[in-house]
Design a binder for this molecule. Sequence first.
Ligand SMILES: *Cc1c(COP(=O)(O)O)cnc(C)c1O
Length: 306
Amino acid sequence: MTGSDTSVPRDALAGLRPRLPSPLREVADGRFERHGVRLLLKRDDLIHPELIGNKWRKLAPNLDEAAGRTVLTFGGAYSNHLRATAAAGRLLGLRTVGVVRGQELADRPLNPSLARCAADGMRLHFVDRSTYRRKAEPETLAAVLRAAGAEDAYVVPEGGSNPAAVRGCRALGEELAGRADVVAVACGTGGTLAGLAAGLGGKTRALGIPVLRGGFLADDIRALQGEAFGGPRGDWSLDDRFHFGGYARTTPELDTFAEDFEHRHGIPVERLYVAKLLYALVVLAEENAFPRGSEVAAVITGRPFP
Ligand SMILES: *Cc1c(COP(=O)(O)O)cnc(C)c1O
């Protein structure tokens, strides 16, 4: 580093006034109580009104490393990560480019999520699905950066999960270590779980609920921990039964469950990730997967949009 004149100084991030550590609160829920389990909610959705939840934890270290350069990243048409990146750009005065999956979207009116990104100053660059799939290959990435006119950009991968992001999520685990017996989180790329488990340091078990179908996530998480920390960290496992058919898939039962949870506890339930996590925990409690006397903390990683 040659000085901080071109970077986004830590002060700028602090100026966004994140609420950290995020609140941890117990809620009374008979579906847990009747099995002798206490349910705690880790309200990462309250960290920041626009850089929400794990998106704050993953983006903040990257914004720091970007050091004032244009930030380019990737996402689908309703990506929480794209919206968070665009908001960060507006708040910190950084240029942002969003590479969006689906060339066909270029010819349609922007959906509310992409419209928000654009309103926050993000330049949107649409690519076809096969290019999008190959975006991690160096030649494809170079071509995308060239086409987007952003060859000098600081590139954050899809979902924001790179080693800096995973290390950023370690703080989530540190905030929860010893505060519960199990900490559960919904997983997309698994970056949040990889960092969370490291921060818990094996004192508290981490449980991941994948929202995508696949089965490769455990390997991805091991790879992310290897890159971020040099090897495996913490005590974590996945339960693959609660993806409801895949990303953004839902069922009437899941929708009803989420609405009911909102009414019971007065918190908005994000549907792509958080609803599946909470549903999974209710089923696991019913199965007596948690010994009586356990405390289970659910990480509320996001909030519904809009
Ligand atoms: C992005 C996101 C996740 C997934 O995080 P990963 O680190 O990709 O596993 C979970 N919950 C919400 C609300 C998200 O927006």
